[in-house]
Write a protein that binds this ligand. Structure first.
Ligand code: FPP
Length: 242
């Protein structure tokens, strides 16, 4: 099985969103005590998926890297994840730029520890002119929080008198989400078998195809990404109308 299972004359999703789940279970299965070892292996999988995006021409990739709920994990796991993200950015930003990748982030970025946030802002700034692929990291992200923020923003526009409540449309909502220019994902991938949305992109996934695989995120490879796209293409053939 390889990239050949994808039909390039059929639609390739422009935007793929991924719930990267199973790092902790992977570490346990390997007999590793530290869950962080699973997150480290998971960071390597991100590099593999970026290669797969490059080869298939996916234009936007959104990764659920840290949810608003993840703050409840142990202090050491949270600190470890934040440090891993910082090191990931230091190690990979130049290569991202070489590959034409623009780094972006959605979520409560101001809640990240200073050093991680500064590194993130640096990478975002350095890569801002790249146009081949937008890599969007969802960090301290929650779909409900995003919608609450959106309601607050729209309410203040209404309060200022610039907008009538009757004129609020789906487009108004879209324009006030974290990344208004990004099209909705056609495909949502979740690893490690759980059949849940877990507060991810609640507004944006209304019409997304959902692909769940049993594979744990650190074991997920380029070929598994191609399989998800091929499955998506089969569904389009079945339900795509005339
Ligand atoms: C879910 O696995 C994964 C996370 C909460 C974090 C995802 C982070 C990475 C893939 C690596 C770091 C990211 C970057 C951008 C460098 P889990 O811990 O919930 O696994 P479990 O369900 O098996 O316990």
């Amino acid at each position: 099985m390889s990239i050949d299972i994808i039909k390039f004359d059929k639609s390739i999703p422009k935007h793929i969103a991924v719930i990267m789940d199973g790092n902790g279970r992977w570490a346990k299965k390997q007999g590793l005590v530290a869950r962080l070892k699973g997150h480290e292996a998971g960071a390597e999988t991100i590099r593999a998926v970026l290669r797969a995006c490059d080869k298939t021409g996916v234009r936007y990739l959104t990764l659920y890297a840290f949810s608003t709920e993840n703050w409840k994990r142990s202090k050491s796991e949270v600190a470890g994840l934040m440090e891993l993200l910082r090191r990931f950015l230091i190690k990979n930003t130049d290569e991202l730029i070489e590959k034409g990748i623009r780094l972006r982030a959605i979520g409560q970025i101001d809640r990240l520890p200073d050093q991680t946030r500064k590194e993130l802002e640096r990478s975002i700034e350095k890569s801002k002119n790249e146009t081949k692929l937008d890599l969007i990291l969802a960090l301290s992200y929650g779909g409900r929080t995003e919608i609450v923020n959106c309601i607050r923003r729209i309410s203040s526009i209404v309060k200022s008198g610039e907008l009538n409540p009757e004129d609020i449309s789906e487009e108004t909502v879209k324009q006030n989400l974290y990344a208004p220019d990004v099209p909705d994902p056609e495909l949502l991938i979740r690893t490690s078998g759980e059949m849940r949305i877990s507060n991810f992109l609640l507004w944006q996934i209304s019409y997304s195809e959902i692909y769940v695989t049993e594979i744990l995120w650190p074991d997920f490879r380029e070929n598994d990404f191609y399989e998800a796209i091929a499955d998506y293409q089969k569904r389009l053939r079945r339900f795509g109308g005339v």
